[in-house]
Design a binder for this molecule. Sequence first.
Ligand code: 0O3
Ligand code: SF4
Length: 331
Amino acid sequence: MNAPFSKSAAQPDVTSAVGEKLPLQVLIAAPRGFCAGVDRAIEIVERSLKQFGAPVYVRHEIVHNRFVVDRLREKGAVFVEELDEVPDGVPVVFSAHGVPKSVPQAAEDRGLSYLDATCPLVSKVHRQAERQIEAGRHIVFIGHKGHPEVIGTFGQVPEGSITLVETPADVERLQFGPEQPLAFLTQTTLSVDDTAQVIAALKQRYPQIVAPRADDICYATSNRQAAVKKIAPSSDLVLVIGAPNSSNSLRLVEVAQRCGTSAKLIQRASEIEPSWLDGVGTVGLTASASAPEELVREVIARLGEWREVEEIPVVTAEEKMVFKLPRQLTE
Ligand code: 0O3
Ligand code: SF4
């Protein structure tokens, strides 16, 4: 393998026999952490709090990160799962993952003022879904069952007009005929490699299927996976800062593991066990699209309690994407 850094010789223990700290290289992936959609979603809650005053209700975790949610809660945000839990007369924000059409409709019916923090790249998939249905095609959607983004996208089109597949085996089980007009769309936070296999299976089984230009996996998801592919082969252990209910976080752990490197998902630095560093000379570090940079610094500080840390940034792409805020917050 053409790794940019060689794995350090195995370290016998956390400290040397005389007690001084042993060195630890930390390969820090870039890009990592907040994407443009997450930045925008958090800004929407913060500006709403300033503009309308607390409380501002948020339907679902604004992004899948407990630290972010807790910090906003301290500022006056109230997180609920369903619109029914929002009292009359207070503003509500919809999370970055998107919502079925029935949700803004229900808010309007109740006269609630709402702000939609759905990432524009998720909204783009919503509009594509509508267009494919208008064109008379059935949609095959590649995504993870039960994920809020999947529920939101399914809720853009009539029931029965969209079918979920997760794996090539699911594609084999589809019952569509060779003449059936079909289109596929994908969740934005999938594994780039797994999705390519599902798409290949779909195209082979249904050559008539209409495809988006590539897939709908967003720039941030694919950039973070590519960065992990770069650091994992040179690391003895990869730490991914993220959450267990975060699709893009889980995909980063898988990417590292598929490089043959042990990888762990952590929400906070306090979860790191000193024993994880036994025999480890190089740690790869990344953060999911919903994990703030503070948590990266927290992890580096914790590693520094046990080892002489050398931080090595590994940059595989630059990101300049910025999304506009909703007009209600900028006028
Ligand atoms: O979709 P995912 O579970 O990865 O969501 P996160 O962790 O909140 O990250 C932001 C991504 C998003 C809002 C949908 O693309
Ligand atoms: Fe948008 Fe991609 Fe971020 Fe999801 S991961 S919020 S689609 S930029």
